[in-house]
Write a protein that binds this ligand. Structure first.
Ligand code: NAP
Length: 278
């Protein structure tokens, strides 16, 4: 197939690398000319330009710009493409995006690959980023089956685990497992940095190992993306943060009141629940 990608960063570039290795022709459009050059040099696209008209003859276009630009990117694409072109996005938030884009383009399928790294930009793009990970599609009642099938036919060979759900259910679910962890992990880093004794802070830094690396990883990711998760999924991010605050308050009370057996019981339940959850 002839595939277009708009936004040649971590996700757009990684999709390009994988889709090209499946034998597809991939054309890329990004904001900066330099990014287009790097994308071609890295083999993420066959050709790239800063002008959306490059994508006039594509079958499927992945819109991979930051969340704030997704709907405007589609608006700008519409005059350049044929009516049967299938558009799909990769935004980390779905309800507001699907609500804005669906009325603009019949052949639109909302999507979200559940994969990423702490890096951003075309240099961060990697082969095989999506393999083994969930990839959510959020079609509505009016999304043509043919459009869904075309997107799925491209994604299946990337070894993703395909899911379908309502955009609103997606946003509530990812608030728990993706957006809340970003806010919690960022708060953990901030709390550590608030240590007032510089000797202790230096020691903590020197002693930090796998536990801190794991728990701080998502808080050390792309700040613009984290901000947009909160901005575009505000009610669900707030709901999960408030529930989390209640759990923290419960922990504080158990520790202050030296209710060690109850604390151990809580940790016992979370130990069991984690393996069942994952
Ligand atoms: P990124 O690495 O910053 O890449 C986005 C790229 O889009 C930038 O490199 C930029 O390239 C380009 N761009 C920005 N505005 C543009 C515009 N108006 N027109 C064309 N290109 C534009 O970000 P990302 O992590 O790949 O995220 C992209 C999308 O993927 C977001 O919608 C995000 O929600 C979603 N997503 C991210 C992750 C993750 O973990 N990172 C996971 C799943 C989904 P230039 O250099 O040309 O400016």
């Amino acid at each position: 197939m002839q595939i277009g990608i708009v936004g040649l960063g971590l996700i757009g570039g990684s999709l390009g690398l994988d889709l090209r290795s499946q034998g597809h022709t991939v054309l890329g459009v990004s904001r900066k000319f330099r990014t287009c050059e790097v994308a071609v040099a890295r083999g993420a696209v066959d050709a790239a330009e800063t002008d959306l008209s490059l994508l006039a003859d594509t079958d499927v276009i992945f819109v991979c710009t930051p969340i704030v630009h997704l709907a405007t990117t589609v608006q700008q694409l519409i005059p350049c493409i044929a009516p049967d072109t299938v558009l799909t996005d990769v935004g980390s938030v779905k309800a507001s995006i699907v609500k804005n884009i669906s009325p603009m383009w019949k052949n639109f399928v909302g999507g979200h690959p559940m994969a990423g790294t702490a890096e951003s930009g075309i240099e961060a793009a990697v082969h095989g980023l999506f393999a083994g990970n969930p990839y959510v599609l959020t079609p509505t009642e009016t999304t043509p089956q043919s459009a869904i099938e075309r997107v799925e036919s491209l994604l299946r060979p990337l070894q993703v685990k395909l899911f379908h759900c309502q955009p609103e259910d997606h946003d509530r679910a990812v608030a728990w497992i993706s957006h809340l962890p970003v806010m919690v992990s960022a708060s953990l880093i901030s709390a550590c940095l608030s240590e007032s004794d510089s000797t202790v802070l230096k020691l903590a830094q020197a002693l930090a190992s796998s536990g801190f690396r794991d728990t701080s990883r998502v808080g050390g990711g792309n700040p613009e993306l984290g901000m947009m998760m909160a901005q575009y999924n505000q009610p669900e991010v707030l709901r999960s943060l408030i529930a989390y605050r209640e759990q923290i308050n419960r922990m504080i009370a158990l520790i202050e009141q030296e209710r060690w057996m109850e604390l151990e019981a809580v940790l016992q339940r979370t130990q069991e629940a984690r393996s069942a959850f994952l």
